[in-house]
Every structure is written in C-alpha cells, then in structure tokens.
Design a protein around this ligand. Structure first.
Ligand SMILES: [Zn+2]
Ligand SMILES: [Zn+2]
Length: 88
C-alpha cells in the first residue's frame, strides 16, 4: 500500500516495521455525512502518507488528491531547478 499522492511506500522504505502502515483519507468528510451513509472503501478511502495527509487538510474542505499531486509536482520541479543551481 503506497501513498496515492507521492507514492511513498512504507514497507519499501522502512521494511518490516513499515508493513501495512498508511494513513487513510476519507474523501467525504465524516462530519458532513449523514448517519445512514455507508462508506464505500473503494471510492471513499484513499491511502496516503502522514505528510500528504496533513497537507490535504491544510484547506477546508480538504484538497483533492489530484490537486495535491499537482502542487507536489510543482515543488519537486522547482527543487530540481534549485539543485542544478548549486555547485556540485
Ligand atoms: Zn504522500
Ligand atoms: Zn483526511
């Protein structure tokens, strides 16, 4: 199970202790749900790492996965540009 935003895989990076570790983001805010609503794990629960999960909730209502991916890509690209400017 890897993060749906940055693709971080806890088992790959932390081995044994990372196995099965992931945060779960609810696409529908629990507080806005009616009691009778039954959560569909396939469409409503998104596995994300704690970093991306925190970032998703920087805005209310939360960012969409696709929005955060876009933001992440922008910052990754600018990091690369920055690294190129640094002396080797
Ligand atoms: Zn992530
Ligand atoms: Zn969440």
């Amino acid at each position: 199970m890897s993060c749906q935003v940055c693709e971080f895989d806890f088992e790959k990076n932390f081995g044994e202790i990372g196995r099965g570790f992931i945060h779960v983001h609810h696409l529908r805010e629990i507080s806005t749900l009616r009691k009778e609503y039954i959560i569909n794990p396939k469409t409503d629960l998104i596995p994300v790492c704690p970093n991306c999960h925190s970032m998703l909730h920087r805005k209310r209502p939360a960012y969409k996965i696709s929005e955060l991916k876009q933001i992440l890509r922008i910052s990754t690209n600018s990091n690369n540009v920055y690294k190129k400017l640094l002396p080797p």
